[in-house]
Design a protein around this ligand. Structure first.
Ligand code: CA
Length: 314
């Protein structure tokens, strides 16, 4: 895919087993390009430089993305190769199981790059990052572990042990089979960036692309009373122009329903005030919103909020 002076947003896509000269999955060029990927997976792509990403000027962001089994024909940057990039962001990404022992995962030439809440583990690589002039400018709440060329080496050395960064086994469910979800005992659970919104199970953010759902662990099972607040699944979801959620109240309550983005910023207030018992339809209108992932959060005063993930496609 070539993004030339363009700014598309990609949500919930898989880029698998592609082969290209530069940029196995995506090639981004031009200073005005600003491309985002949310909930995307880059698996088994091959290129001369940058099996997932080749960036020449322009900016790109990845949220909740997986990069795995990338390889190179020659060149550098098993995951990413960036040359005069404007900015690169990795938030809640998992980079694992890549396959080139002689190349860094990221080769950055004068490309300021921020990495947060991510896992870089169990890769064959010469180093996680190699940079010239400008490379990694921020790195926080990230686990780097078990990479063949070293972990906190080169431009990452200054971030070792600070800003919530650690070197510990992330305990993937089954990395041999390419399953990089977290096992129940993973130290990446609830140790992510506390400034990010909570996971959908309403616990502190986990590191990496896949959070561990703790809502069904049965440890603190509640007695089976009718819930004061229940939410029906949004329909349609993903949505384009609008989507609707039905909220049912067992009794009259003060209720707040809001839409927030993945950074926890409030986007819209959908319903607020005392509402009578019964079913209430809450509509989310997409006008004025950019494509991407949003969270609908409903809360009765003093009780746990209920959260639903909404995907807006345009
Ligand atoms: Ca969590």
């Amino acid at each position: 895919m070539l993004c030339l002076e363009s700014s598309p947003q990609f949500v919930n896509m898989r880029f698998i087993n592609n082969i290209a000269d530069n940029g196995g999955a995506v090639y981004i060029e031009g200073p005005t390009s600003n491309v985002s990927f949310t909930d995307c997976q880059f698996i088994g792509n091959i290129a001369s430089n940058g099996s997932s990403l080749y960036l020449y000027m322009g900016s790109v962001s990845f949220e909740q993305c997986l990069f795995s089994r990338g390889g190179l024909n020659s060149g550098q940057g098993t995951v990413a190769y960036a040359y005069y990039g404007t900015s690169i962001d990795f938030v809640s990404c998992t980079i694992a199981g890549n396959l080139e022992p002689d190349s860094p995962l990221m080769f950055l030439f004068n490309s300021p790059t921020r990495i947060s809440n991510s896992i870089i583990a169990e890769n064959s690589c010469s180093a996680p990052v190699e940079s010239m002039i400008m490379g990694v400018t921020e790195l926080n709440y990230t686990t780097i572990y078990g990479n063949s060329g070293g972990n906190w080496v080169g431009p990452l050395e200054e971030f070792d042990g600070v800003n919530g960064n650690v070197e510990e086994d992330p305990a993937f469910l089954n990395s041999d089979d390419g399953d990089f979800h977290l096992a129940e005992n993973s130290p990446c659970i609830d140790t992510g960036n506390p400034n990010l919104p909570n996971d959908p199970d309403d616990t502190v953010a986990d590191k990496g692309a896949f959070y561990y759902d703790q809502s069904f662990n049965g440890v603190e099972e509640q007695p089976l009373l009718p819930a004061d607040l229940t939410l029906s699944p949004a329909w349609p979801n993903p949505f384009n122009a609008r989507t609707t959620v039905e909220l049912t109240l067992a009794r009259s309550h003060y209720v707040e329903v809001e839409l927030v983005d993945v950074l926890g910023r409030q986007v819209k207030t959908l319903l607020t005030g005392v509402q009578p018992a019964g079913v209430h339809r809450v509509e989310v209108n997409a006008s004025g919103l950019a494509a991407g992932v949003y969270l609908l959060r409903a809360q009765i005063e003093g009780q746990r909020s209920q959260v639903q993930k909404l995907v807006l496609l345009k």
